[in-house]
Design a protein. Structure first.
Ligand SMILES: C[S@@+](CC[C@H](N)C(=O)[O-])C[C@H]1O[C@@H](n2cnc3c(N)ncnc32)[C@H](O)[C@@H]1O
Length: 277
C-alpha cells in the first residue's frame, strides 16, 4: 500500500533551525510536509468503510472511482472527504466549481449539501446549488491515465449525477471558463453571490488567474476559494494554483487569508483562501 513519506524528528540533522528567523522555509524543508516518494498508485482506492449499500450517492461514487478514467485527475477519496467536510460545515448557498472533469468533486460537494439538509436550488432559504464550469471536451490518455473519453462527457456527467440522486443541485456551464464565467456573473450576483469557489480547471498561470479574477467580483466576504494542485513539485509542474497563493497579496488585493492543506495518498495540495475584505 502506498504511503506518504514525512519528515520526522529522526531527520533532525537535515531539519533547518526554525527558531533562527529569516522568513518562510521552502515547502520541502518543512518538518511536516508529505512527499510522494513511494511507488505511484495506479487508481484511487475507495475506502471500504464508505461502501454503504444503503447510501445511493456513495454507491454511485464508488462505481465512478472504479472507472479507469477517474484516475488521476479526479480528487482522491481522501481529498474528496476533505472537500465534503468543508461543504458540510460551511454550508455555502452558491458554489462555483471550475473544472468538473468526470464529476467526482461535484459528487462530494453535492452530497455534502444533501447530507447537510439543503434543498436543491438557491432560491429558497434552505436551498443551495453548484454551478459547474467545464469545457466538457475530450479526455485523452496521459500520464497515469490509460483511458480516454473522446465525446459525450457532459452526458456522462449528467448520467452519473442522476444515478447518485444529486443532479438537482447542479447547474452546468459548458465551454471555456474565461468565457462562461464572466457571462454567468450577473446571474450569480442575482442569486446573492458566491459563497464557495472550487477552482480546479486550467492549471496554467494565466488560466488559473483568469478563473480567480472571473469569480472574485461575485465572491461574498467571508466566502472561500479552494485551489487544487498547489504543490507543483508533487503534481506534474502545474504552476497556476501555486501562483495565486504565492501572489495573493497582489492578485487578491490583500483581501484574503489563506492556509495550505496536505492531501493523501498523493500530496498534490490544496490552498484554502477566505475573503475577509
Ligand atoms: C483536474 S480536472 C478537474 C477534476 C475535478 N475537479 C475532480 O476532482 O473530479 C480539470 C478539468 O478542467 C477542465 N478545463 C481545463 N481548462 C478549462 C477551461 N479553460 N475552461 C473550462 N474547463 C477547463 C478540463 O477539461 C477538466 O475537466
Amino acid at each position: 500500500m502506498f504511503t506518504l513519506k514525512r519528515s520526522r524528528p529522526a531527520d533532525a540533522a537535515a531539519t533547518p533551525d526554525t527558531t533562527a528567523g529569516g522568513g518562510p522555509l521552502p515547502r520541502d524543508q518543512l518538518r511536516f510536509f508529505p512527499r510522494n516518494d513511494g511507488p505511484h498508485p495506479t487508481r484511487w482506492a475507495f475506502p471500504a468503510w464508505l461502501d454503504n449499500p444503503g447510501v445511493r450517492w456513495l454507491q454511485a461514487l464508488k462505481e465512478l472511482y472504479a472507472m479507469p478514467i477517474a484516475f488521476p485527475a479526479s480528487l482522491s477519496p481522501e481529498a474528496g472527504l476533505m472537500l465534503h467536510g468543508l461543504i458540510r460545515n460551511l454550508q455555502p448557498r452558491v458554489i462555483v466549481e471550475v473544472g468538473s472533469f468526470c464529476s467526482v468533486s461535484t459528487h462530494w460537494m453535492a452530497a455534502a449539501l444533501r447530507e447537510a439538509g439543503r434543498t436543491p436550488g438557491a432560491g429558497t432559504p434552505d436551498g443551495a446549488e453548484i454551478h459547474c464550469f467545464d469545457d466538457f471536451g475530450p479526455i485523452h490518455k496521459g500520464p497515469w491515465r490509460d483511458a480516454e473519453m473522446l465525446e459525450g462527457r457532459l452526458e456522462f456527467v449528467k448520467e452519473r449525477l442522476e444515478k447518485a440522486g444529486l443532479i438537482d443541485f447542479v447547474r452546468f456551464h459548458k465551454g471555456l471558463s474565461w468565457e462562461t464565467l464572466p457571462t454567468a456573473r450577473d446571474d450569480l450576483a442575482r442569486l446573492g453571490g458566491v459563497d464557495f469557489a472550487f477552482i480546479d480547471g486550467d492549471h496554467s498561470v494565466p488560466g488559473a488567474t483568469a478563473d480567480f479574477h472571473a469569480v472574485e467580483p461575485v465572491l461574498n466576504t467571508g466566502g472561500y476559494v479552494l485551489l487544487h494542485d498547489t504543490f507543483p513539485e508533487q503534481c506534474g509542474g502545474h504552476m497556476g494554483p501555486r501562483h495565486i497563493l504565492d501572489h495573493a497579496d497582489t492578485i487578491g488585493q490583500g483581501r484574503y487569508e489563506q492556509v495550505e492543506l496536505y492531501l493523501s495518498p498523493l500530496n498534490y495540495g490544496m490552498g484554502l483562501m477566505r475573503r475577509i475584505g
